[in-house]
Write a protein that binds this ligand. Structure first.
Ligand SMILES: Nc1nc2c(ncn2[C@@H]2O[C@H](COP(=O)(O)OP(=O)(O)OP(=O)(O)O)[C@@H](O)[C@H]2O)c(=O)[nH]1
Ligand SMILES: [K+]
Ligand SMILES: [Mg+2]
Length: 368
């Protein structure tokens, strides 16, 4: 019996030898959908429980957000982790020094950020090579991923690692595609689009829906999507959209001219973890990518509490999100909030639950 990995290989081989044109678009759509389903099968942990990364890989989560370190062996992940957090993670000149998740933390702008040093991965990790599956499973639960690369061969490694993460359902520095999908009980398939679709053939859409056994649905394309984007929407449960910073390590081993070239890589920060060169810029980019918003609470008639902000993240920035992150029950007695800061025109201003808060706003909750 052929394994899931074998089946994936077969489909990939067939896709490679199938020319892309109108006549083959149904067939290619079918293959892509099959591939997506097999990939999900491969990365979903079997034997119930679900989601667990395995012994030594799951660690207690602390802090306001977590950053996972992904990279090939010996690119300097543990060196960086130890220097940034002060938590020792064994570093050495041989590959696979780190064998489990090693947690540490940094305080930055008043927020506690958890850093997860991880074992190195190798090409084929997503198909079960080495401990890649467990490692990437941890990264998939992080709010930000540092892809650590050796400056001596950053670009080929970058592509391989991106490919591994993609295969695991991680979408890097990307928003979910703007496609509205509604399953129905009857009425067949209705496809509409608000922008011209230059990448998709109607036949491909048909093939994908049939492969997913969807006979009744409304699909509204609001972006010039690809067929992979549609599959991402159908596979939404197993997709994670995670920001990435490319950490180009060991710049102490290259020339200034080579360094100049590296500055053209988007979302990248060249550093030397050994010498702590340019680590400030890395932390700045980390902060920007995490997009955290610190909210200071101010009890009525008192000074704001600047020592322990409530930290909002992941696009959940409303007053309602703020209340929920303190305690669910607050919503039951909520009347309005008084806000000082960048999110309001008047200082202070009275706002309701749907108001979006900005970083460093000061909030007083008024109860009914
Ligand atoms: N020249 C130079 N060497 C570095 C730098 N950072 C780390 N190294 C060296 O690279 C080697 C590997 O470092 P580690 O921190 O163990 O790398 P790792 O990515 O954690 O490796 P694994 O855990 O095996 O995957 C060690 O010999 C480090 O001293 C750097 O900035 N410059
Ligand atoms: K190492
Ligand atoms: Mg290590």
């Amino acid at each position: 019996m052929s394994t899931t990995v074998d089946k994936i290989r077969e489909i990939e081989a067939e896709m490679a030898k199938t020319q892309k044109n109108k006549a083959t678009s149904y067939h290619l759509g079918q293959l892509k959908a099959k591939l997506a389903k097999l990939r999900r099968e491969l990365v979903t942990p079997s034997g119930g429980g679900g989601g667990g990364a395995g012994i030594g890989f799951d660690v207690a989560r602390t802090g306001s957000a977590s950053v996972g370190f992904i990279g090939f062996p010996s690119v300097g992940k543990s060196t960086l982790m130890s220097k940034l957090t002060g938590t020792h993670s064994e570093a050495a000149a041989y590959e696979f020094t780190t064998l489990t998740t090693v947690p540490g933390c940094v305080m930055y702008n008043g927020a506690k950020i958890q850093m997860l040093d991880l074992p190195g991965i190798i090409q084929g990790a997503k198909d079960g090579k080495g401990r890649g599956k467990q490692v990437i499973a941890v990264a998939k639960t992080c709010h930000l991923i540092f892809i650590v690369l050796d400056v001596l061969k950053p670009l080929t490694d970058k592509r391989i690692i991106e490919n591994e993460l993609e295969g695991f359902g991680i979408r890097i520095n990307k928003q979910p595609p703007n496609i509205i999908f509604k399953k129905k009980d009857k009425g067949g398939i209705s496809v509409t689009n608000t922008v011209p679709l230059t990448h998709i053939e109607p036949e491909e859409v048909k093939a994908v829906l049939s492969e997913y056994k969807i006979a009744n649905a409304d699909i509204a394309f609001r972006c010039d999507a690809t067929i992979d984007d549609l599959i991402d929407i159908l596979e939404a449960k197993s997709r994670r959209y995670i920001p990435v910073v490319y950490v180009l390590n060991k710049i102490d081993s290259i020339s200034i001219e080579e360094l100049d070239l590296l500055y053209r890589v988007p979302n990248a920060v060249p550093i030397s973890s050994e010498h702590m060169w340019n680590v400030d810029e890395l932390l700045e980019m980390m902060w920007e990518k995490l997009n955290l918003r610190r909210i200071y609470t101010k009890p009525k008639g008192q000074q704001p509490d600047y020592s322990a902000p409530v930290v909002l993240k992941g696009g959940q920035y409303t007053v309602e999100d703020f209340c929920k992150s303190i305690h669910k029950s607050i919503l039951e007695v909520f009347k309005y909030a008084i806000v000082y800061g960048r999110s309001v025109k008047h200082q202070p201003q009275r706002v309701g639950l749907s108001h979006e808060l900005m970083d460093e706003d000061i909030v007083t909750l008024v109860k009914r």
